[in-house]
Design a protein around this ligand. Sequence first.
Ligand code: HEM
Length: 554
Amino acid sequence: MAIPIVPTVTALLLLSLALYRFIIFPAFISPLAKIPAAHWSAPFSRLWILYYRSREEETPTIHAAHQRLGPIVRVAPNDISVNSVEGGIRNVYAGGYEKGDWYQNVFKNYDVMPMFAMPDHGPHSKRKRMLSNIYAKTTLQSSSALSTITKVLMEERLMPRLRQVAQSGKPSEFYWLFASLTSDIVSAYMFGLAQGTNYTQQSDVSARFFAHYKARQRYQFWPQDVPSLTRWLGKAGLKWLLVPKWVDEANASMQENVLTMCDAAERVVSEAGGEKDAGFPEDWPNVYAQLRNALLKEQATKTDMSGSVEELVQEQRLAVASEMLDHLFAGFDTSSISLTFLAWELSKPENTVWQEALRNEISTLQDKYDAKAVDSLPLLQAIVQETLRLHAAIPGNQPRITPAAATLGAPGHSISDLPPGVRVQAQAWSLHREPSVFPDPESWKPERWLSSSSPSPVPSPYASEAAYEHAQKEMGRWFWAFGSGGRMCVGSNLAMYDMKAIVVAIWGSFRTTVASDGVRRGDEGMVHRGGYVAEPVGKDGRFLELNVEVLGDS
Ligand code: HEM
């Protein structure tokens, strides 16, 4: 029987092309072929990394790959991970590497992108310039509004709640208490105290909100990492196969809540004619007004100004709300995760000395609400910094896209002439566990951030001031809890401010210990659960439970 030549040759040709395109090129010819593969299938397929990402197990998996294979690894045909400063985060996050669409697939509110999701440098840096000053350390430390907000929240909302817990003699759950407090502080600064949330005094409302917020985070994988399939199923009316319907409903209701806060803030600003009202500084919507006015100013330069201010405000309504939603959620989520880990560390029996030393340091404050004095407490700084190192709230991948002809990889491992469009990521989890920079990396050791002359409850690891200085410099280069470069966290100063204020309020007046009912501890099985963000979650999904004891005349 004669073999049909044309179809056979065509089939062989197609097979050879496919073999070249999907096997030979990625495994042997692509510049990425020189990078150690985290798994045998990584050069050919994304399935391996998607599997771990879908199970929220990417961070430890990538970490293990770096430990086995070095500071640059290939995790999929077009995806790499770097774990170094030189040839790593210094190159990728300093500029020129854009964000790609991974962020906008999920972090888009009201169908409008906040700066966090903006893929391109230009629009992003314009928006960031509008907002940076309102979050600058000097602005926050000199803000009488923020200091009044803090005082009201700590004295009127937190203290009564903790005194009640102490009196009850029963352990209390702390994760959602921290989420309530940080949401109240951040929203009060953004929208004004009267317009912000009051979760600390409404534990039922807050519990419902946080349960929804957290549960829906677990469905981000599909729209974020498999967007085409998710879109396609959406068009066919079958998205519910991947993401339950209530997730969209929860998102819509959260957006509605933030829009309500924005509208309330707008009434305050417009009644004051756009300018800060000296009457009740704590009720002024600092961040809202800053962005609203900056966008109006920008609009005025573009248009013929035929519209009224109300019309212009209306045009910007969703752009402002999208930005505000992002800041509010980024603000409470990360800070409450960090505070929970901090409370956990401080309340463990082996760390009692740190809790006592911190309390002594807090007792030296003349005024607990003096932000500058609080910020300059060395022990407090070391405790927060060490918690952010060991328990980074965003421990996972922060992907960027290579420009043309990129060179990546630590000295001795560098790969040049990478093509444009490669997804490259780094993760704080691994950077913060580099043993040559952070000796004994899995242990919580605030003393690594303290000089030998600082009062410390444990001996200093540094033989001299010079050794301390050298270590600080190196650790500072590798410390990545807030990211780095132009896309670095805009709220890092507010986060440090609110976390320190909360720590001072709690451990200045109360003693905490990890709860135990004789059978199980209140921190049983605590792990970092999650993908992009990692929550402190114990066995059976339980959160941290602590005993609270009131001190002296608090
Ligand atoms: C402990 C607390 C916090 C941690 C650990 C943290 C961490 C981070 C990190 C790692 C990034 C970069 C993410 C990436 O590129 O994928 C980031 C960005 C961002 N964070 Fe935070 N954050 C914290 C608190 C806050 C607060 C309080 C706010 C708002 C008030 C905030 C608002 C933002 C925004 C808007 C961005 C995007 C910045 C940009 O695109 O330029 N964060 N944060």
